[in-house]
Write a protein that binds this ligand. Structure first.
Ligand SMILES: [Zn+2]
Length: 389
């Protein structure tokens, strides 16, 4: 099945019937678009998929042509052998994820929900990659694979302060620019409390067990430094956040404008949506109106259950002795769109990575690359998962 939301914005969906189609179906999905790349910053052509030093280099190597390729290799395997998975699998390749997915997963979910009929679970980015932790029991190291079971929600807000317009030479105690500045200062001064949702707490506990450290939840610095390369993804999931990103007001140096606006990027943990929205409104104050530019849900799926067990088992068969730990993603994925159909999403694009590769830094980064043997590893893990899902 193929659909085009705009010319060139194509999404492709395929259903493989399982041996027991009465069971709930599983969606395996990836996005086809990538963010832009400035070729002069790169050491290779970002759009040539150069293979060197045992790696594939190019925009999308980890976000997320890697998973697309691993899925396609497995879909091809099923097509060639006629093997049937235990239950229906819906393979979805979406356009537009990097622009919010409205013209990709959002479009498909809104216009063709029947393509996902009977599906209850989904697997995609951003999880399944390994981090290497010091192992207290052996004195060596242990690979932990981070399975994404939750993701933060997004609220892009525009704050619009109202005031009294007037001449720049006349005193004015209802100045929209000043009211906006005060609102910004109040919101920025707010310290979002640390709150560990279930998946973050489980990650903490897992890291503590492996490393034998007694991690202080009030001061997560030691914990974050143990996670090394995965740190940036995890650090932002310890609390809600709000950051001002744009300002706009006025049109002439000697005119006090009626309005002043600011853009605020809020990211909230699962269950915190109402709280963050009412707190921002309260801090903004009575003269500042709040417009929602874009809002999307936070997600948290079970970190236990049959599908999680199957993902763990598939991984551990290929990397015995490793550990699998849940984690929350600070960004968003197409799982948000699928959640509108009641589908629970996970991030599991399995990659066994070298200890020193700055994997998280590859996302939208310069010289994005992925080890070839990690792709082969992930393809085998997904094959096992597909045979046992
Ligand atoms: Zn992505």
């Amino acid at each position: 099945m193929v659909t085009e939301s705009d010319p060139g914005r194509t999404s492709v969906v395929v259903r493989t019937p399982g041996r027991d189609s009465s069971r709930p179906g599983l969606v395996l999905h990836g996005h086809l678009d990538v963010v832009p790349a400035q070729a002069e910053d790169w050491s290779v052509d970002p759009f040539a998929a150069v293979e060197k030093d045992g790696m594939i280099w190019g925009r999308g190597a980890v976000d997320m042509k890697d998973m697309d390729a691993m899925l396609l290799a497995n879909l091809r395997h099923l097509a060639r052998t006629g093997e049937k998975p235990p239950r229906d699998i819906v393979w979805a390749f979406f356009a537009d994820e990097e622009a919010g997915g409205v013209k990709g997963a959002g479009h498909v979910v809104a216009n063709h929900p029947e393509w996902f009929e009977g599906c209850t679970e989904a697997i995609s980015e951003v999880g399944g990659y390994s981090v290497t932790l010091p192992d207290a029991a052996t004195g060596g190291t242990t690979r932990a694979y981070l399975l994404q079971t939750a993701e933060k929600g997004i609220a892009w807000l525009r704050l619009k302060a109202h005031g009294r317009a007037g001449h720049g030479s006349v005193p004015n105690d209802e100045n929209a620019v000043v009211r906006l500045a005060e609102a910004i200062a109040r919101i920025n001064a707010h310290e979002w409390p640390r709150t560990y949702i279930a998946s973050v707490q489980e990650l903490f506990d897992g890291v503590a067990t492996i490393t034998g450290r007694d991690l202080d939840s009030k001061d997560p610095e030691e914990f974050l430094s143990l996670l090394r390369g995965a740190r940036p993804f995890v650090e932002a999931t310890l609390q809600d956040t709000s950051n001002f990103t744009m300002l706009d007001s006025g049109y002439k140096h000697n005119v006090i404008p009626r309005f002043a606006t600011a853009a605020l990027d809020c990211r909230f943990l699962p269950g915190h949506e109402e709280e963050i929205m009412s707190l921002i409104a309260e801090l903004a104050g009575e003269h500042v109106e709040i417009e929602i530019v874009h809002k999307d849900v936070a997600l948290e799926s079970e970190s236990e259950g049959e599908l999680v067990d199957s993902m763990k088992a598939a991984l551990l068969k290929e990397d015995p002795g490793a550990r699998v730990l849940p984690y929350c993603l600070s960004g968003g994925t197409d799982n948000k769109h699928l959640s509108r159909l009641g589908i629970n999403g996970y991030g599991f694009a399995p990659l066994r990575l070298p200890e020193d590769l700055d994997f998280v830094g590859m996302f939208h980064g310069v010289d994005e690359r992925v080890p070839v043997d990690a792709l082969e590893f992930g393809t085998r893990v997904l094959r096992r998962l597909i045979q046992d899902c």
